[in-house]
Design a protein around this ligand. Sequence first.
Ligand SMILES: [Zn+2]
Length: 137
Amino acid sequence: MEKPTICRYCGSPVVYTSNAEIYGREYGEGKCYLCRNCRAFVGVHPGTDIPLGTLANEELRRYRKTAHFYFDQIWMQPLRITTRYKAYDWLSKQLGISKEYTHIGMFEKEECVKTIELSQARIEKYKKRKEQRNETF
Ligand SMILES: [Zn+2]
């Protein structure tokens, strides 16, 4: 993942800084890439200065958060419909993008919306099937 130097929203310089500039106090890994002009930012992978994805404004951060909320249910407890690896494989095929780019931190709004819809549909289908199975016993 490339380190952002110029804000893709407003063209201002991006700084590598403490995320206390965003949250008021240092939170989690403590670092981020931030545009001080329009406040777009992205966090980093634990213990590194490698960005989690591309710089995101408030709207995109909201979409990415929601996409993670639904998609993560597919591979996380308590549902854990499949493994994390297979879940990303499935998502990449559904979206028609290579696995290398199947990271929600790299998604734009459009891919987030698709991820949310696809994940919700898969969760619903799984829950329904589970109910039907339970009825037969
Ligand atoms: Zn900016």
